[in-house]
Design a protein around this ligand. Structure first.
Ligand code: ZN
Length: 157
């Protein structure tokens, strides 16, 4: 009986999560099986709201001029001019290109509601936004490096 109840609860939870993910018709859509194949080790971050370990992303140390694209759909989200070294262990940005992202509240940590940021084109989970960034905006886009692809600017010689 307990087992049945657990499975029932789990199935309901999955159904709710699936409904939420499909609530918005994103411009770039794939089945979960396709997303798994396309994203590989990025799937957990972008499609399951995962967080990579702190200080694990090579993009933290990236200082070259260029753009940062969504790893799910290649939409340009950030430029190198928006990036700064927050020391928090993840690539950090002061702002984001307009109309490229959506936010929603994340209550995963009890008593600590956070603002989650998603790609507006594919719905991919990117990270969180905090209000302890540098002036003038005081925002810190704390973004998983695995959610991003860096494209260096072409250097003219
Ligand atoms: Zn995307």
């Amino acid at each position: 009986m307990r087992r049945t109840h657990f499975i029932g609860t789990l199935a309901a939870g999955v159904a709710i999560a699936a409904t939420g993910a499909r609530a918005r018709a994103y411009a770039v859509r794939h089945t979960e099986a396709q997303w798994r194949r396309i994203l590989g080790n990025r799937y957990y971050i972008l499609r399951e709201n995962g967080t990579e370990p702190a200080f694990s992303s090579p993009l933290i140390a990236e200082t070259r001029p260029g753009i940062y694209r969504c790893a799910g759909c290649a939409t340009t989200l950030f430029t190198s001019r928006m990036k700064y070294d927050s020391g928090d262990g993840w690539p950090s940005f002061t702002t984001v290109l307009p109309h490229t992202t959506l936010t929603r509240m994340d209550y995963e940590i009890p008593g600590e509601p956070r603002t989650e940021v998603h790609c507006a084109t594919c719905g991919g989970h990117l990270g969180h936004i905090f209000n302890d960034g540098p002036p003038p905006l005081h925002l810190r886009y704390c973004i998983d490096g695995l959610a991003l692809v860096f494209v260096p600017a072409k250097v003219r010689r």
